[in-house]
Design a protein around this ligand. Structure first.
Ligand code: SAH
Length: 257
């Protein structure tokens, strides 16, 4: 009787074709699994991210009056996708904010570029950032400025950003875990201060740590927020509302004041 080939013959042996097909099946499975493994570890090649980044600059920044060549060069260079957790990496170069874990977000590329441009920094600038988050904005500042100090209130985000920035070779960025409300007095005064979480009002210690002639950008408000540019003059401060924005709230001390 020639039935199903896995059946035993009358001496209790399987049909040899059964073993040949089993062998073939195992080879095919092995090839399939090794290919699947490869595509998972290398879903999108680096060159594709490079193209997406160039398009981001061309489409999202240049037409919206980001004109500072150093800002455009930094935005075209820093590998934004590496600052975004794997599950959202495919959204790295889209025109919006992206989650980075711990209920925080990395800002839209245009907002990162605009805030950086407003600071008017150069290779001699000493800069303070409040809200390190992923470390992306710090990397953009690190490309242009001399020394960057960045404070993050969530220790796990501070650690992750520090490790990533170290691995990318940034030697001019210092990160501290803590509440940025009081600034970084040991490193003050700063040429520029950038706050990347929305404060209900402008923290006075940060204004105090700005040099005369220095500039600060900060989103102010709760549900409805405005991005403010603050310029410190010898007579006081000049405040200008630039654009409505939506940032995650600044937490800690600022909420108690
Ligand atoms: N600049 C970041 C994005 C910032 S999201 C980037 O490029 O990815 C805002 C960050 O501010 C969050 O990580 C949040 O934890 C942090 N933050 C909120 N309040 C803070 C405070 N008082 N001091 C320091 N960091 C604060």
């Amino acid at each position: 009787m020639s039935g199903y080939m896995g059946e035993l013959n009358n001496r209790g042996e399987r049909n040899p074709r059964f073993y040949r097909l089993l062998f073939l099946y195992l080879i095919i499975m092995a090839i399939f699994l090794s290919c699947a493994g490869q595509s998972e570890s290398n879903e999108i090649p680096d060159s594709t991210y490079g193209n997406l980044r160039a398009q981001m600059v061309e489409i999202q920044l240049i037409p919206r009056e980001i004109t500072d060549n150093e800002v455009l060069a930094a935005m075209g260079k820093v590998p934004r996708h590496l600052f975004i957790p794997a599950e959202h990496r495919g959204e790295a170069y889209t025109d919006g904010p992206v989650p980075i874990g711990q209920e925080q977000t990395i800002s839209q590329p245009y907002i990162v570029a605009l805030m950086t441009q407003l600071l008017e920094i150069d290779s001699s600038s000493q800069i303070l950032e409040i809200g390190t988050g992923s470390g992306y904005q710090a990397a953009i500042l690190g490309e242009i400025g001399k020394l960057i100090y960045s404070i993050e209130i969530i220790p796990s985000l501070a650690d992750r950003a520090r490790r990533l920035l170290d691995s990318l070779g940034y030697k001019n960025i210092r990160i501290r875990a803590g509440d940025g409300y009081l600034g970084w007095p040991e490193a003050a005064p700063f040429d520029a201060i950038i706050v990347t979480a929305a404060a209900p009002k402008i923290p006075q210690p940060l204004v105090d740590q700005l040099k005369v002639g220095g500039r600060m950008v900060i989103p102010v408000g709760d549900y409805s927020q405005e991005l403010y540019l603050i310029e410190k003059t010898k007579d006081g401060v000049v405040k200008k509302a630039v654009i409505p924005v939506r940032f995650v709230p600044m937490t800690g001390e600022v909420q108690k004041r």
